[in-house]
Design a protein around this ligand. Structure first.
Ligand code: ZN
Ligand code: ZN
Length: 350
């Protein structure tokens, strides 16, 4: 049987076409994908040579859908079940998993079960993934679109929890993309006193204001380091998160934080690139620098529950719902800052 999928053939070469529908694993299932979010990392991957010539490939990891087929040995789920697939898969047996940080799982075989292939009408889920966990049911009264926010929210949720953003923090977020907007909203839920959002794009900054941002700074108009100093009585912020794919914002971030403050490198930068840092400033100002990627199972579950809770402003985040064959348009809308979150529908294809 055939299905439609958005297949990547190379950087910026994404074609929606008919491909073979995956076979149902004996101990797994086939999920009919009802919605799939377009992630910042998808955009980075789809527009660069992310697989070093190894194409065709189907990206997409913010996957929600309905069980369409179950293998004869699969007993946990049934046809018709509505599921959210957290793309991380952890063994829960290695030292890192047992320490409570399963996002650092060292079991490579299990990590290779990570969900992808979501820009399609169906995806196969292996039995091993089902047994290892990270699959959550979607209640009947929750929309597929809302549930799909569980994934992008997860990493932000984990980051702010790990670095304990809370009252009375003054938090700087560099990058008003969807992730920056999630960050602002979550920082406010956690009690941050003041959120300062920095970006180059006025459209994005304007949109970010609905998510609890107190002050916006357009860094193409005003020096962002000076602005943060001005807004913090010359001291710098308690915490600064660089949530862009640019090395330059990492360089800037350590100049915006107070003595003894914390800087997080959240956004991935181009592969192999190096960031210049004023290391004496880090040394004399007792600055902490932390990287962030992913989330533990515990955090993914709680972030998912937040995403599907009625109080979470899902509809403000999802600015565009597009058919899968408009994926290229979705990429442009996100890049230009006209969209916050784009969710794709694989079954609305024209
Ligand atoms: Zn994502
Ligand atoms: Zn592990």
């Amino acid at each position: 049987m055939e299905m439609k999928a958005a297949v990547m053939y190379g950087p910026n070469d994404i074609r929606v076409e008919s491909v073979e529908k995956p076979a149902c694993p004996r101990d797994g299932l086939i999920l009919k994908i009802m919605a799939v979010g377009l992630c910042g990392s998808d955009i980075r991957n789809l527009t660069s040579d992310s697989r070093k010539g190894n194409y065709p490939f189907i990206y997409g990891h913010e996957i929600v859908g309905v069980v369409d087929e179950v293998g004869e040995e699969e007993t946990k789920y049934q046809t018709g079940d509505r599921l959210f697939l957290f793309p991380g898969t952890y063994c829960m047996e290695c030292e890192e998993c047992i320490s409570g940080h399963s996002e650092n799982c060292s079991n490579k075989e299990v990590a290779s079960l990570a969900g992808t292939g979501g820009f399609a009408q169906y995806v196969a889920v292996k039995g091993e993934k089902i047994r290892r966990g990270g699959i959550y049911e979607i209640p009947e009264d929750v929309s597929f679109e809302a549930a799909s926010l569980g994934e992008p929210l997860t990493s932000v949720f984990a980051c702010l929890e790990n670095v304990k953003v809370e009252y009375p923090d003054v938090l700087v977020i560099i990058g008003a993309g969807p992730i920056g907007c999630f960050m602002a909203q979550l920082a406010k839920i956690r009690g941050a006193q003041k959120v300062i959002m920095i970006d180059l794009n006025d459209t994005r900054l304007e949109m970010a204001k609905q998510f609890g941002v107190d002050v916006t700074v357009n860094s193409s108009v005003e020096d962002p380091i000076e602005a943060v100093k001005r807004l913090t009585n010359g001291k710098g912020a308690d915490k600064v998160i660089s949530a862009t794919p640019a090395n330059a914002t990492q360089t800037q971030s350590i100049h915006m934080v107070k003595k003894g403050g914390l800087v997080v490198f959240f956004g991935g930068v181009p592969k192999g690139s190096m960031t210049e840092l004023d290391c004496n400033l880090i040394h004399y100002n007792n600055i902490w620098i932390k990287g962030h990627f992913g989330a533990s199972y515990s955090q993914s579950k709680r972030a998912y529950q937040l995403a599907i809770s009625p109080t979470f402003p899902t509809e403000k985040f999802i600015t565009h719902i597009l058919p899968l064959d408009k994926i290229n348009e979705g990429i442009q809308l996100t890049k230009s800052g006209d969209a916050i979150k784009v969710v794709l529908h694989p079954w609305d294809i024209s």
